[in-house]
Design a protein around this ligand. Structure first.
Ligand code: ADP
Ligand code: MG
Length: 507
């Protein structure tokens, strides 16, 4: 019997908002509405007494039960636990992300029927640990995560698709160089890519996992709170629910200021009320340094790609925060170019993920790949070594950042003493010479070295980044592969993952 082909589904799991898209019968990406009828679902989880609520309703709870609301869990991926205690316990951030994904899955299934194969997007700047955590979140939500894909790459694919592939995007030489500037709610990503009909090649990428619209909101919150203190003598931020309500007001004011030159924001606390008029100019002044940080990173990324502005054909805007007029003015002035607004800043990433899912399904069914995607690693990969002169630990970089993927590297370690039983390799990602300032991927331990090895026996450790930035490690001695494992500091074990999957998704 002919099995129907699974639907190609892509998920943009955003720090503040998430979206799901799937390919229609003609292969065009369509955003699916959630149960509330919206295209975007707030990535917010509310731990009500008897129920876990995700999305818009959870956002409302920020004004009344802020202590039980988890938001921006994506910023904490890679940590063992989400920063806040919720309903008396702490959760791993990937479990909170799994609840968000689970809601997206259930709502999508109402429209397209049951499915489990998906592609999930990650910021290009995510390190390996956060990439794994995202895949784990997908698993816990009941999915079979076929792949993760970088958000700017997904946006570029959606852009290429929309331009009609072969005809319009390419310059005379068949190649188009684009800069993707993605400013969302919680993260900032900038990526330089070379795209053609069938190739999406990342040249350089950089970003900040802790910079986004939320920081713009916070400036407004702080401004209003300071003004409240000046007039009324109390700080409305001391009560989490008032602070939550104030944040929702300020986020709304910020959106209004993208369309109008002034807006009002009100704050009441302990029987006193303050109403302030904020002009766009005031708002832009209080957030100038945040915008400057993105400008700095943008210039640096162009430089890392070895290019100049005249080499860039298009500047693509992605992420809700690019609706702020100041963002466009800044980009126009540093690039000297018209900006491309042809893709929807909210949907492009999910659309690109759905297209990638479609291509993967085709490949599973034996069709030749139509598109190749080439990424770079966003962080240098290193191992912790001891400096023989100073005896200090240092990060010995094996694969520098912005290297084209997939890539492999190896390093020879030597046993210290005769009949050594095990070796331990500590793996880090980051640019700093000090391992403490890097992201800890974990330790690779080889416990069963062949017996009776003399001292100074070479043990070869190989590292390989796949196209999607995930790492695998191999260890061999005298050409024979040895058993090993990466012991990850901040990841859940396979048993924990399975039990979370059962608990969250019932699958
Ligand atoms: P993420 O992918 O990080 O979750 P999104 O790309 O969905 O983020 O963007 C969400 C951010 O965009 C939020 O901080 C939101 O306040 C902001 N945003 C959305 N619309 C506007 C607007 N009209 N003006 C300013 N900011 C906006
Ligand atoms: Mg986003």
């Amino acid at each position: 019997m002919n099995q129907p082909r699974p639907r190609a589904v892509g998920i943009d799991l955003g720090t503040t908002f998430s979206a799901v898209a799937c390919l229609d019968d003609l292969g065009r990406p369509q955003t699916l509405n959630n149960g509330e009828g919206d295209k975007l679902t707030p990535s917010v989880v509310f731990f009500e007494e008897s129920e876990i609520v995700v999305g818009k309703e959870a956002v409302k709870a920020i004004s009344t039960a802020a202590a039980q609301v988890a938001e921006c869990a994506k910023r904490d991926l890679g940590n063992r636990m989400y920063e806040k205690v919720l309903g008396g316990r702490q959760y791993p951030p990937e479990a909170l992300e799994a609840w968000v994904l689970n809601k997206l899955r259930i709502d999508a299934e109402h429209q397209i029927g049951a499915f489990d194969k998906v592609v999930i997007t990650v910021p290009a700047y995510f390190d390996e640990v956060r990439r794994k955590a995202t895949q784990d979140a997908g698993y816990m939500a009941g999915f079979d995560v076929m792949d993760i894909i970088n958000e700017p790459t997904a946006a570029a694919i959606a852009f290429g698709f929309q331009q009609g592939g072969e005809h319009a995007i390419a310059a005379a030489d068949g190649m188009c160089r684009i800069l993707v500037y993605d400013l969302g709610g919680g993260t900032f990503d900038v990526t330089v890519m070379e795209i053609s009909r069938d190739q999406f090649v990342t040249l350089a990428t950089d970003g900040d996992v802790r910079l986004g619209g939320r920081d713009w909101d916070q400036r407004l919150v702080d401004y209003v709170a300071e003004e409240f203190i000046r007039r009324c003598g109390v700080d409305p931020r001391e009560d989490p629910n008032t602070e939550g309500r104030l944040w929702r007001e300020c986020e709304d004011t910020k959106r209004t200021l993208s369309a109008r030159s002034k807006a009002n924001v009100a704050c009441d606390y302990k029987g006193q009320a303050v109403r302030l008029e904020i002009t766009r100019q005031m708002f832009e002044e209080m957030t100038r340094d945040l915008l400057d940080r993105t400008a700095f990173t943008t210039r640096q990324t162009l430089q890392a790609a070895g290019l100049q502005w005249s080499d860039i054909d298009r500047v693509l805007l992605v992420g809700g925060s690019t609706r702020m007029p100041a963002v466009c003015e800044m980009l126009q002035s540093i690039t000297g170019k018209e900006l491309d607004r042809s893709v929807s800043p909210d949907e492009a990433v999910a659309h690109g993920a759905a297209i990638h899912a479609g291509l993967l399904l085709e490949r599973h069914h034996g069709q030749a790949p139509r598109v190749t995607i080439k990424n770079v690693n966003s962080h240098s990969l290193g191992v912790v070594a001891r400096d023989s002169a100073t005896q200090r630990q240092r990060n010995a970089i094996l694969i520098p950042r912005n290297t084209s993927l997939p890539v492999a590297a190896k390093r020879i370690f030597k046993t210290h003493k005769a009949s050594q039983k095990s070796i331990l390799v500590q793996i880090v990602e980051g640019e700093s010479a000090s391992p403490d300032d890097c992201s800890q991927i974990g330790k690779c331990s080889v416990r069963e070295l062949p017996p009776g090895l003399p001292a100074d026996t070479p043990i070869e450790v190989g590292f390989r980044y796949a196209e999607n930035g995930r790492l695998t490690v191999t260890v061999s001695c005298a050409g024979k592969e040895l058993c090993h494992e990466i012991q990850r500091d901040n990841s859940l074990t396979q048993e924990q993952l399975a039990s979370w999957r059962q608990y969250i998704s019932g699958r």
